[in-house]
Design a binder for this molecule. Structure first.
Ligand code: UTP
Length: 305
């Protein structure tokens, strides 16, 4: 089973990050010195994905510019012997192909994904939701691809969440547990009440899907009155006897779709990087009281990274 393509829906409004997202896509929020979307593309390349179909919308041009070459900048950095500062992005532009597809209105994640159907053919493909950043030894999507090949079926990433949080997620009902981390799914429930949740295994932003998702999304679109949800599309696909598995993805997941999650991710990545970690550790140890941080004008905060 060849899986070389991935769809990245990035056309949402990012209302939880307003006013920042009024002019800048949230996918371009920095995590240290790289935009969040670069971590997604790096995970894709580490999973052997070669073609990325990014669903964009009005005001998201920064994404296209970032993943394009910039000969003037490259020449200027070469002249100044500073080429290494853009080495990570140059590696991406050499190894990945990008196609941008416009979603004119945010009609839901299922709708966004269906816009890329003509690029997929009869293949399995990856989906990355760029709000979820997964850090770990093995690339997140590669873990799902291994299961998709083993089971010859679609696979969704899940993570155990506290019972109190289930109503913020799509949640799986388990048909059969195959290994400690692998489940066959019986059905999906979008944002259930805590008391109705069939499990605490929440769907997170990585999928490997069969092309059969597209007719399933068409089916639900014909009677949808609101946004077209991907979970409804997957449920519809299962009604046509398509097997779907869920895998407890290994690694640390950061939900950067809201300011607190983004802040945690920034600190988490900084603490893993020897260039930043000692500075952050020292800085946090100095924040002994709000008083000393907020109001001590005599305190000299050193920025020497
Ligand atoms: P979210 O609803 O979580 O993100 O969609 P959002 O709409 O961007 O942000 P908020 O909720 O207003 O703060 C999950 C993912 O699906 C994409 C989003 O860009 C995000 O990556 N999406 C969602 C689309 O591409 N199109 C849509 O119509 C809806």
């Amino acid at each position: 089973m060849d899986i070389t393509k991935a769809i990245i829906p990035a056309a949402g409004l990012g209302t939880r990050f307003l006013p920042y997202t009024k002019a800048v896509p949230k996918e371009m929020l920095p995590l240290l010195n790289k935009p969040a979307l670069q971590y997604i593309i790096e995970e894709g390349l580490a999973s052997d994905i070669k073609q990325f179909y990014i669903i964009t919308s009005r005001g998201k041009h920064a994404i296209e510019d970032y993943f394009d070459t910039n000969p003037c900048l490259e020449q200027m950095l070469k002249d100044r012997n500073k080429e290494s500062s853009i080495a990570s992005i140059n590696k991406i532009t050499r190894n990945a192909q990008f196609t941008y597809i416009r979603q004119s209105e945010p009609q839901g994640l299922g709708h966004a994904i269906s816009l890329a159907r003509h690029t997929i053919g009869k293949e399995y493909f990856g989906v990355f939701l760029p709000d979820d950043i997964i850090a770990g030894k093995q690339a997140g999507l590669a873990q799902l691809m291994r299961i998709a090949r083993q089971e010859k079926a679609s696979v969704i990433a899940v993570q155990e969440v506290p019972q109190d949080c289930v109503s913020s997620y799509g949640v799986i009902a388990v048909k059969k547990q195959i290994t400690p981390n692998l489940f066959q799914v019986s059905h999906l429930v979008e944002k259930p009440d805590k008391k109705d949740a069939p499990s605490n295994l929440a769907i997170i932003g990585r999928y490997v899907l069969s092309h059969k998702i597209f007719p399933a999304i068409d089916d639900i679109s014909s009677y949808a009155t609101d946004e077209i949800q991907l979970t409804d599309g997957i449920s519809q696909m299962m009604k046509h006897n398509e097997k779907v598995f869920a895998y407890k993805i290994q690694g640390t997941r950061y939900d950067i779709g809201n300011p607190i999650g983004w802040l945690k991710a920034t600190i988490g990545f900084a603490m893993q990087d020897p260039n930043y970690a000692p500075h952050i550790r020292q800085y946090i140890s100095e924040l002994d009281t709000m008083q000393s941080f907020m109001y001590d004008n005599t305190k000299n905060i050193v920025h020497n990274v």
